[in-house]
Design a binder for this molecule. Structure first.
Ligand code: E4P
Length: 256
């Protein structure tokens, strides 16, 4: 069970990767555009190689940018050549429901040895078929499903059960997170991976009451150290003071 970061922002990827709390990165054309990637395929190549290098051997998903089958096949093979950890994202079907994509997923996985993330899915049945075709990852867009008025948790649980039942190797990615609570509830429902934006990942950890608690500990530590006669310069600065003021206030350490 793990978290992939849903961004192409290098600084954010580096920051959270340093903390050891992400297990991969996912992008799509919308994310690349939002995070400043320009210049068509050349721009995608530069940013994708930067991200792939930064997180290797963790996986990076890069999505093909065309609905044309032969162009998409060529792109997929080109993208896969950018790094051993590149996973090629292919939508489950074309813009008008064309099923050539399913054939492409199968061919990439079985004939070319390219890992595919089958994406843009909204139901367990779509993911099941993509898993049958051999996709390494099957991505269901939890937030978009919930926005339609259904709870995606039921789809995730049924999908996980059926993948396990048939021994299918695909890992379930649930993307499109909208709220902090989505992450744990979707993992609990059976997702192998949840994709999270940097903003939500930050909010998963930072809690107002934790902040208050940490401030209390630092304040009391400073007071306790001051009472023991610790040199003022060693007293922690919990609340914008330099510690000397706390020490001076309890009368144990003279101000300099
Ligand atoms: C995941 O891989 C998707 O790219 C992403 O989570 C989609 O999220 P959205 O519904 O916010 O666009």
């Amino acid at each position: 069970m793990s978290i992939f970061l849903d961004t192409a922002n290098l600084a954010e990827i580096e920051r959270f990767h340093r903390m050891g709390i992400i297990r991969g990165v996912t992008t799509n054309p919308t994310i690349l555009l939002r995070d400043g990637v320009r210049g068509g395929l050349a721009g995608i190549e530069v940013r994708s190689k930067q991200i792939a290098g930064l997180i290797a051997p963790l996986p990076l998903s890069v999505e093909v940018t065309t609905a044309d089958r032969s162009q998409a096949m060529r792109q997929a093979q080109t993208f896969a050549g950018w790094g051993d950890n590149i996973v090629v994202k292919v939508t489950c079907h074309g813009p008008s429901g064309e099923l050539e994509n399913v054939e492409m997923i199968h061919e990439l996985e079985t004939k070319h040895g390219i890992h595919v993330n089958a994406t843009a899915m909204m139901s367990a049945q779509q993911c099941f078929l993509a898993a049958m075709a051999g996709a390494t990852y099957v991505s269901i867009f939890g937030g978009r499903v919930n926005n339609m008025g259904y709870n995606v948790c039921g789809e995730i649980t049924r999908l996980r059960r059926i993948l396990d039942q048939f021994g299918l190797k695909s890992q379930i990615i649930v993307g499109s997170t909208r709220e902090v609570l989505n992450v744990i509830e979707w993992l609990e429902a059976g997702a192998h991976v949840v994709t999270v934006t940097p903003h939500l990942l930050n909010d998963m950890m930072v809690h107002p009451y934790s902040k208050e608690t940490v401030q209390q500990f630092l304040r009391d530590a400073a007071r306790a150290e001051a009472e023991l006669g610790m040199p003022a310069k060693l007293v922690a600065a919990p609340d914008g003071t330099d510690g000397k003021q706390v020490a001076a206030a309890v009368g144990k350490v003279p101000t300099i």
